[in-house]
Ligand binder design. Structure first.
Ligand code: 1HN
Length: 354
């Protein structure tokens, strides 16, 4: 006579055999992996991260002694989230890196499906050429190279130029849509005057009869000399969100949308003495300090933050800021993509209740 225990062990053995048979036939029982596929809430957004500018700068300058921009194609130290070693991911969906161009160097022209955004961290006067126009870089400037546009970078100054890159390569690769090629020469031909795209599309004017067609942003640079006074004025006007401070998103003025369809980039001002309400959202965010000094708490970790430090607030992780000296923070995330897909969620904690 079979006992309950016998029946249970027979069932276990049958299930083991079934599992083996399924695996051999490229099938799997959903009931054993369902929660992995449809988690109760985000848990794999990466770890909170912080890199100090001193460490980043020293190491990227060391890379400058060991490899040229031309040899490397792009001389970049990839920001790797500790939860994704070896994957080149700064968050679960985004790529981030620190790029160096030494005096006289050119990073040769190429194009790819992935879009790139940049925040200039150190050294004015270098350029990125996009779509036949040299875009001059100054610290704090936000610059984009839309999907499929040839782009090369050059430094004809006497000082190093360093910037933060963000790319949507993992989104492109998830969809298995990557294409890339190189321009036959290191520099693409310059067919436009520097500032031409800004004058055409970014001064509250558009060429007579212009209508927005498909395609990427027609402007490539959002100068800090315009961003900074706007944040200042809005701060003085009292437009300070208790969690986010004065937060403004970069847009393509001809579409009022993010200049890159997969990534949102923002600049925010947190006033001196500000203590933010804790905030979390589903978009893991890479941030860097453009000015000022303070402290950030991300999940259970906390760091002092100062000029050009880079840190990561992972998806659905609480962050909170304490400000000593008025902070200007740059950030980029996949927010626009998640909003478009209907996935967007955010949550604020009222400090009075926290
Ligand atoms: C790229 O083209 C640049 O153009 C930087 O500066 C980083 C990372 C992966 C793929 C392409 C650039 C990149 C990249």
């Amino acid at each position: 006579m079979s006992t309950t225990a016998d029946r249970a062990s027979n069932l276990d053995m049958a299930m083991d055999a079934f599992r083996t048979d399924l695996a051999a036939n490229h099938l799997a029982p959903l009931w054993e992996i369902m929660r992995k596929l449809a988690a109760l809430e985000p848990a794999k957004g990466g770890a909170p991260m912080h890199w100090s500018w001193n460490d980043l700068r020293n190491r990227v300058m060391r890379a400058g002694e060991l490899v040229t921009a031309e040899e490397a194609e792009r001389r970049v130290l990839v920001l790797e989230n500790a939860q994704f070693p070896g994957e080149g991911k700064v968050t679960s969906s985004l790529y981030g890196g620190i790029q160096l161009l030494l005096p006289g160097e050119v990073a040769p022209s190429h194009r790819h499906t992935a879009s790139a955004l940049r925040l200039v961290m150190e050294g004015g006067g270098g350029y990125t050429s996009v779509d036949g126009e040299q875009v001059i870089m100054s610290p704090g400037d936000f610059i984009v190279t839309p999907s499929g546009t040839f782009h090369d970078h050059g430094n004809e100054t006497d000082h190093p130029i360093i910037w933060l890159d963000g790319l949507d390569v993992f989104v492109v690769n998830l969809l298995n849509a990557p294409f890339a090629d190189t321009y036959p020469e290191a520099r693409q031909p310059i067919t436009k005057t520097s500032g031409e795209s800004a004058a055409l599309f970014s001064s509250g004017l558009v060429p007579h009869g212009f209508t927005r067609a498909q395609g990427g942003s027609p402007i490539f640079c959002w100068p800090y000399s315009r961003t900074r006074p706007a944040l200042d004025l809005l701060n003085k006007a009292g437009r300070v969100d208790p969690a986010l401070g004065v937060k403004m998103d970069f847009i393509d003025p001809t579409s009022a949308k993010s200049p890159i369809p997969t990534m949102t980039a923002s600049m925010r001002l947190l006033p001196a003495g500000f203590s933010s309400d804790p905030y979390r959202c589903v978009s893991g965010t890479v941030m860097s300090v453009v000015e000022g000094h303070g402290r950030v708490c991300i999940g259970s970790q906390s760091w002092d933050i100062g000029l050009n430090d880079v840190f990561v607030v992972p998806s659905w992780t609480w962050s909170q800021f304490e400000v000593d000296e008025e902070l200007i923070l740059f950030g980029f995330s996949d927010e626009v993509l998640q909003r478009q897909l209907g996935f967007w969620r955010e949550e604020r904690m009222d400090k009075e209740r926290a």
